[in-house]
Design a protein around this ligand. Structure first.
Ligand code: UT7
Length: 330
């Protein structure tokens, strides 16, 4: 599958909480240490939102910044996709709430619940809308308030996650040199319970009992997810490059999901991507699920690490299980 969708990233933006929580802060109330967390994950600190810094406010902030960066107004947007597993409300979609918050027109607005793949899948979906002519300028957001589904009393989970949002404007491009060269999306639902939230859905609606039993928080089989991630991520990087008819060495920058520094280093090494071509910011944000690739993409652009004509790859894996990649010439 060699694609050639004429799209470009017109702008990006960031929406992160002010509050920085370091490993030492967590170690004051949990049986853990800065050493353990840094050794096992690479995380040094994360941002945790206050009650007024939840998914929608963070997504809104990131969206305004991306619009300004692109030189566009909300009226210019004709598609809104939000990757999130912590929607502002169970109903309606956060993308619809975002449409109203920004004052956009009555354009299609929907969420994609693909966990850590949320932003990559949203970018791929938006690129397809643009390619088919259903949209010209899409607002694509990855936003999470993982605080709402993380058991802060459980050390193995509390240390991993952070809150935040990143946004990108994807726009039609007539430049034949620019666009998506290859994209992959995959899922294995049989392994869905390796990361899941047992209660609060249709199968087990929230009750006093489910809350008392902390069933509304994420559960994860960390070791198994780790093995899946390392294998899947290096394979998908290589497969996506070969589908596009390029080599991994041709890719100027890889923006991977920030789940664990060891996973990123090991997968990129196995795929043949040198460390200087990999964006890493997990030390400052932890794992922000759907927001992670969006935040890393924004920071890489801000730092001037993506230059016109270069090949950029976004790649992620996560709950579902899901995986996805997007290879673009920017
Ligand atoms: O984006 C979503 C996808 N999720 C992921 O990518 C997560 C993938 N998995 C991982 O990143 C790793 O499995 C973790 C970082 C979550 C855990 O690292 P690990 O090396 O797999 O550790 P473990 O769970 O096997 O635990 C090793 C030991 C255990 O103690 P014992 O049984 O050996 O005595 C844990 O109880 O470390 C203990 N432990 C901790 N110790 C200090 C677990 N969490 C902590 C902690 N501080 N926070």
């Amino acid at each position: 599958m060699k694609l050639a969708w004429g799209v470009e990233i017109a702008g990006t933006g960031l929406g992160i909480p002010d509050r920085v929580v370091t490993n030492d802060d967590l170690a004051q109330r949990l049986d853990t240490s800065d050493d353990w967390i840094v050794q096992r994950t690479g995380i040094r600190e994360r941002r945790l939102g206050r009650p007024d810094e939840t998914t929608l406010p963070l997504a809104t902030k990131a969206s305004w910044a991306a619009l300004a960066d692109a030189g566009l107004t909300p009226q210019d947007i004709d598609l809104i996709i939000c990757g999130t597993i912590t929607p502002e409300h169970q109903l309606p979609a956060t993308a619809c709430e975002l449409q109203a918050a920004l004052g956009c027109r009555w354009v299609p607005a929907f969420d994609i619940a693909a966990a850590c793949c949320g932003f990559v899948w949203s970018m791929t979906t938006a690129a397809q809308y643009i390619h088919t002519g259903m949209a010209d300028r899409a607002l694509v957001v990855g936003a999470e308030y993982l605080t709402s589904i993380t058991d802060m009393e459980e050390r193995s989970m509390a240390i991993l996650f952070g809150d935040g949002a990143g946004a990108a404007i994807l726009r039609r491009s007539d430049d034949p040199q620019r666009g998506v060269l290859a994209a992959r999306m995959g899922a294995d639902g049989a392994r869905g319970r390796l990361i899941w939230v047992p209660a609060g859905g249709a199968a087990e609606p929230a009750t006093t009992r489910t809350v008392n039993e902390r069933l509304h928080y994420m559960r994860m089989s960390g070791r198994e997810v780790y093995k899946f991630a390392v294998t899947q991520m290096h394979e998908i990087i290589q497969e996506t490059a070969s589908e596009a008819g390029v080599t991994v060495a041709d890719i100027a920058l890889v923006v991977p999901h920030q789940s664990n520094l060891r996973i990123i280093e090991s997968a990129c090494k196995r795929a043949g991507v040198p460390p200087e071509r990999v964006v890493v910011n997990i030390d400052r944000y932890g794992n922000t699920s759907a927001a992670s690739v969006a935040i890393a993409l924004h920071e890489a652009r801000q730092a001037g690490r993506i230059r016109p004509g270069q090949l950029l790859m976004l790649v992620a894996f996560g709950a579902g299980l899901t995986w996805g990649s997007l290879l673009m010439r920017v």
